[in-house]
Design a protein around this ligand. Structure first.
Ligand SMILES: C[S@@+](CC[C@H](N)C(=O)[O-])C[C@H]1O[C@@H](n2cnc3c(N)ncnc32)[C@H](O)[C@@H]1O
Length: 213
C-alpha cells in the first residue's frame, strides 16, 4: 500500500521540534525560527534598520525584528488581523489588506525601508492548486509593494507555496535584486511545500516592467 504523506491534520506533524521549542522558549509562533535562520544566512537585519513585515500576525517576526533593529530602527507590520502581543514603541502595526496598500503613503509616513519581509499565507482551501495560486498571487503583490518602498540596496524575503508561477517569481526577484535565492529554512515542517525567496540588494535601476508606476 502506498504511504500517505503526513499532512497538518496529523498532530505529530504540527507538534514537531520547532513547535515544541517555540513553546518552551515562550515564542509567539514557531515561524520566528525561519526568519532567524534566513537572517543568519543572509545578514538582513542590524541595529537602526527599517523593516516592513507583511502578514505579521500573531507577531513573532515583529518581535524578532524589533530586537534586531533596536530602538534606533523601525518595524512596521501589516495584517488582516490585529496584532495583540505587547511590542516596543519602535513597532507600528496596522490592520489592512496588503494588496490594497498605497506604497506612496507608506513611504511618506515612514520613509524608505531597508527590508520588506512577507510571511503572508492564504487561508488554505484544501485544494493544492488553489492554495498555490493564491500564495503566488500574494508573493507577487509583496514583490510589487517591496519594489516601491525599498531603498536601492534594500532586501526582500517572501514566503511562497511553489506552483506554476514560481519560476516567473524567482526570475523577477533575480532581475530586481543583485542576489536572489530560494531557500527552505531548516525549521520548516517536513510536510510543508513552502519556500522563501530572498533578494539582496535592490537594484537602483529596475527593468521597466518591474519599476513602480
Ligand atoms: C503564517 S502567518 C504570519 C506569521 C507571522 N510571520 C509571525 O511570525 O507571527 C500568515 C499571515 O498572513 C496574513 N495575510 C494573508 N493574506 C493577507 C493579505 N492580503 N494582507 C495582509 N495579511 C495577509 C494572514 O492574516 C496571516 O496572519
Amino acid at each position: 500500500m502506498a504511504r500517505r504523506r503526513k499532512g497538518l491534520g496529523d498532530r505529530r506533524v504540527r507538534h514537531d521540534h520547532a513547535y515544541r521549542r517555540a513553546k518552551a522558549e515562550g515564542k509567539v509562533a514557531r515561524a520566528v525560527y525561519k526568519l532567524e535562520e534566513i537572517d543568519r544566512s543572509f545578514r538582513l537585519l542590524r541595529p537602526g534598520r527599517r523593516v516592513l513585515d507583511l502578514g505579521c500576525w500573531p507577531g513573532s517576526w515583529l518581535a524578532y525584528a524589533a530586537e534586531r533593529v533596536g530602538p534606533d530602527g523601525l518595524v512596521v507590520g501589516v495584517d488582516l488581523r490585529a496584532v495583540e502581543i505587547p511590542l516596543p514603541p519602535h513597532v507600528h502595526t496596522a490592520v489592512s489588506d496588503v494588496t490594497t496598500l498605497d506604497p506612496t503613503a507608506l513611504v511618506e509616513r515612514f520613509g524608505a525601508f531597508d527590508l520588506v519581509a512577507s510571511d503572508m499565507a492564504p487561508h488554505t482551501s484544501g485544494d493544492r492548486g488553489t492554495d498555490q495560486h493564491r500564495s503566488e498571487a500574494l508573493a507577487f503583490a509583496a514583490l510589487r509593494l517591496a519594489l516601491a518602498v525599498l531603498r536601492p540596496g534594500g532586501h526582500f524575503v517572501v514566503k511562497v507555496f511553489q506552483g506554476p508561477r514560481f519560476s516567473a517569481l524567482l526570475g523577477d526577484v533575480r532581475r530586481a535584486f543583485s542576489e536572489a535565492r530560494a531557500v527552505v529554512p531548516p525549521s520548516t515542517r517536513a510536510a510543508s511545500r513552502e519556500q522563501y525567496l530572498v533578494g539582496r540588494g535592490r537594484r537602483a535601476r529596475l527593468p521597466d516592467d518591474l519599476a513602480p508606476a
